[in-house]
Write a protein that binds this ligand. Structure first.
Ligand SMILES: [Zn+2]
Length: 335
């Protein structure tokens, strides 16, 4: 880019950035000191959390066009921030801030094709309702341009963190942002869609939360969130799934986090697989331990799985590796 072009770009970008820095401090939030503590500046943090999540996924390359979907990635990031700050029992949903950011001029909702009776954004209280009307949202064009640039995105992230969170928890919010960005990048990396720097690889190796979140983000969509053994697929309206991202050989043993060492398993099949009551043969058919039929057991549904083929991932490259399955058969499965 020539010096003249850079000067013109700066002339446009600098005022645009200061406009949006100011605008993002004026989000309409629930300001009630009885409901919200000083650490979130006595106001609801939903919109700031969602904005930070969008920035994190853009930086990690998980959002690459101006089309923000209420995806599992976004829900995971948003929930990660929430859990970092609030106790277990205090729950929420991304369905609150997502449609309501429209009234701040931050984004515009895009209705699903063919849907004529739209639920007003202020009446949406679940992801199920949101998805029944709207497919995605588009950020304001100028804001999208700013969020694509590393420096302007960083400046806007600081604005949001500094304005909506008390000084003593800003480092915590920034660390969650780091976890989000790195785990989303790691998901990309596991799917052979992106690279990590040597420092990032080191950080992933020692940070369990990043490793687990990145692994889950890559593995579960490959199985469409279905249990590879009993085939159940259950999703709550708030996008909680019944399946876990299970390792065939425990990560602690071989530090193998490749998708070929993973299986999407429901809680029961995960437990039975880890206990050696279920296994998988080299033709990817399910093995049921004879111990399952022991006196006193009544494992009817699990017994029905015997010799059934497992569900395979969408991409055959990530199909469970025979080396890992054989190790499980040798050292865990009880015949
Ligand atoms: Zn299952």
């Amino acid at each position: 880019m020539s010096l003249k072009a850079i000067a013109i770009a700066l002339k446009i970008l600098v005022p645009m950035l200061s406009y949006w820095k100011h605008k993002l401090t004026k989000l309409r939030t629930d300001k009630n000191p009885n409901r919200w503590d000083a650490f979130t500046a006595h106001q609801a943090p939903h919109k700031p959390f969602l904005l930070l999540s969008i920035m994190d996924l853009m930086e990690a390359g998980r959002i690459t066009e101006n089309r923000i979907e209420p995806s599992l990635d976004l829900v995971d990031s948003f929930t990660g921030y929430w859990r970092k700050l609030f106790p277990e029992g205090k729950t929420t949903t991304m369905a609150y801030p997502f449609p309501r950011l429209q009234s701040d001029g931050v984004l515009a909702l895009a209705p699903l094709p063919g849907v004529t009776r739209l639920i007003p954004p202020g009446e949406i209280h679940s992801l199920h309702k949101l998805r029944s009307c709207y497919s995605h949202a588009c950020l304001d064009d100028n804001l999208y341009v700013l969020l694509q640039g590393a420096q302007s995105r960083e400046a806007l992230r600081h604005t949001v963190v500094n304005h909506y969170f008390a000084l003593d928890i800003r480092a915590l919010v920034q660390s969650e942002s780091r976890i989000n960005r790195l785990s989303a990048k790691y998901t990309h990396y596991l799917l052979d869609e992106g690279a990590l720097t040597p420092d990032e690889i080191k950080e992933v190796t020692v940070t369990r939360i990043v490793r687990d979140r990145g692994f889950r983000g890559a593995l579960l969509p490959e199985y469409d969130h279905r249990c590879a053994m009993c085939k159940i697929r259950v999703r709550t309206p708030e996008e909680h799934h019944v399946v876990d991202a299970a390792h065939i050989v425990p990560f602690a043993e071989t530090r193998n986090n490749k998708l070929t060492n993973g299986l999407s398993l429901c809680k029961l099949c995960h437990w039975a697989f880890d206990e050696g009551m279920l296994g998988i043969d080299k033709h990817h058919r399910i093995l049921v331990s004879s111990h399952m039929r022991a006196a006193g057991n009544s494992a009817s549904n699990l017994l029905d799985l015997e010799h059934q083929p497992i569900v395979e991932p969408k991409n055959p490259m990530y199909s469970p590796g025979e080396e890992n399955l054989a190790k499980h058969r040798r050292s865990v499965f009880m015949r």
